[in-house]
Design a protein around this ligand. Structure first.
Ligand code: ZN
Length: 515
């Protein structure tokens, strides 16, 4: 469906609206103003970059939209939640300088806390982000910020940072170089090119915040919701880092990497935007939480679930376990486990249209998948299943790495693959753990598979005598139960609960194996 381009009147209004903002930015970031450069119609700033036309932007967004859906687990299947998010998005877009752009708002079926926008008005929030937000105002703050990136017409390419963040740079190098001509390699290679792009600049973040704050005020929300939610995201990110045993600085998998911001900078944006306090601001907490009741939490079993170091796939009926210290990242196309020391495991399966052409597994591993490694190929058996392996080394951007490939044929039309990547100095040390991972791969009985149910959010009312510790006991996690409960609900450590208040709890899971 084609959408009408914004009218020149709306553009002119936006330029006027943003003039004070642009002047403020000019004070903190020296303009590279020289003759011959173009004027950004949204912000009034001068720029050397030739901007895409609105029609080109919409076309770019339309082409990228399906790719985003594919990378982030598709649109989340909940018509009521979707239309609620759409309503809030439309209300904010209607008070922006481009009310006629024809924004679309999508909830992605992804448990990471993230949000981003494509040119042409495609705005995305993940269900992981919705689970963390505490009320409608916090969600609106995120959406308003994304609308700000669109109306300010920030670089058309930035979204790819979010896509790339799913995996990480050096791994994609390996996928591309070791996989040779195999399926997936093209995807990986094209993703690799996008990895050079950076996240939004501080100036763009400040602009998006200033615009977002403007839209929040106009739509009747308290602009402090932006700061409070950023605090919640920081707490969440810190806890995730602790749980996964990685450094806090490694925040590749969160909103903080695609949108580098701090609460201080949001306050600065509030001041620069001249945000006025909104009388009787809308928070709509009860309404917001009612939409979260029953929300899928964590992994969608459709794509397999992580339980501690274990990865279980109830639909395909298999499981494996990674060694201590590896953090699992579950993507729609592959599972990646990374160790802070640089070692990594990539697990995927040979695509169905390709698998039928694989007659001999050993020659597939030696001549096709691992052709570039030129290593010796060994046939082996993994828990009764035919398997083949090869080994070698390859160059990636960060230097030389050792690679071991293992293909396991579970049945005629199903081949699973492990790729173990280690810096050469660590190969010997990691080899035992990686071998154990290989032999931990086994099929699941129908009964075991059926016992795996998704985690869901439940909205419950605090009873007199309830404490965070007591309620957290009901969550099916092995570790950090209280911390998870407090972070999910934006509560301070060991803060007492108010009887009658509504809080979020993670429930379900089915099997007795803790998450
Ligand atoms: Zn941003």
């Amino acid at each position: 469906m084609r959408r009408a381009p914004p009218s020149s009147r709306a553009r002119a209004a936006l330029v006027r609206a943003l003039r004070p903002a642009a002047q403020a930015i000019a004070l903190i970031a020296p303009l590279l103003a020289l003759s011959g450069c173009s004027i950004n119609p949204a912000t009034g700033e001068q720029s050397f970059t030739a901007f895409m036309s609105p029609a080109e932007e919409r076309e770019a967004g339309r082409l990228e939209h399906p790719k985003i859906l594919k990378q982030f687990g598709g649109a989340y299947d909940d018509a009521e939640l979707e239309s609620y998010v759409r309503r809030i998005g439309a209300r904010l877009a209607s008070v922006s300088e481009m009310p006629d752009l024809g924004f679309t708002f999508t909830v992605l079926n992804d448990d990471q806390v993230n949000a981003f926008a494509l040119p042409g008005g495609y705005v995305y929030v993940t269900r992981g982000l919705l689970a963390l937000a505490d009320d409608e105002a916090e969600m609106a703050g995120v959406i308003a910020h994304e609308i700000g990136h669109v109306t300010a017409r920030h670089s058309a390419q930035r979204y790819s940072q979010a896509v790339a963040a799913k995996l990480g740079l050096s791994l994609l190098d390996v996928l591309a170089s070791a996989a040779g001509t195999l399926t997936g390699a093209t995807d990986a290679a094209s993703l690799g090119a996008q990895l050079y792009l950076q996240s939004y600049s501080r100036e763009h973040e400040l602009q998006a915040d200033m615009l977002g704050i403007r839209y929040l005020v106009r739509a009747g929300y308290d602009t402090n919701a932006m700061t409070s939610f950023l605090g919640a995201i920081e707490d969440h990110s810190r806890l995730e880092a602790t749980i996964q045993g990685r450094s806090e600085a490694d925040q590749r998998f969160s909103l903080l990497s695609t949108h580098p911001r701090t609460p201080e900078r949001i306050s600065q944006a509030q001041r620069l935007a001249g945000a006025t306090s909104v009388p009787d601001p809308r928070t709509a907490r009860a309404l917001y939480l009612s939409y979260l009741d029953g929300l899928l939490f964590g992994d969608d079993p459709k794509y397999g679930v992580r339980r501690g170091r274990e990865f279980v796939h109830p639909d395909l009926r298999f499981r494996f376990e990674v060694p201590e210290g590896y953090a699992l990242v579950n993507g729609p196309e592959r599972v990646v486990a990374r160790h802070p020391n640089g070692a990594a495991i990539v697990f995927d399966m040979v695509r169905s249209d390709r698998v039928r052409t694989v007659r001999d597994l050993a020659s597939y591993v030696g001549r096709d998948w691992g052709a570039k490694l030129q290593g010796p190929v060994e046939r082996m058996t993994v828990n009764g299943m035919e398997a083949a392996t090869t080994v070698g080394s390859t160059r990636v951007r960060s230097g030389e790495v050792d690679v071991r490939l293992i293909a396991i044929r579970e049945r005629t039309d199903r081949i699973y693959r492990f790729m173990f990547v280690t810096p050469p100095t660590l190969t010997a040390r990691e080899s035992l753990g990686l071998k154990r991972t290989t032999y931990s791969f086994r099929t699941l009985s129908a009964e075991d598979a059926a016992a795996i149910e998704p985690l869901r959010l439940s909205i419950i009312t605090v009873n007199p005598g309830d404490s965070a510790a007591l309620l957290a006991e009901r969550m099916p996690f092995e570790r950090f139960r209280i911390e998870r409960f407090e972070t999910l609900n934006g509560l301070a450590r060991e803060a007492p609960l108010t009887p009658g208040a509504r809080v979020k709890l993670v429930t379900g899971g089915g099997s007795r194996v803790p998450y």
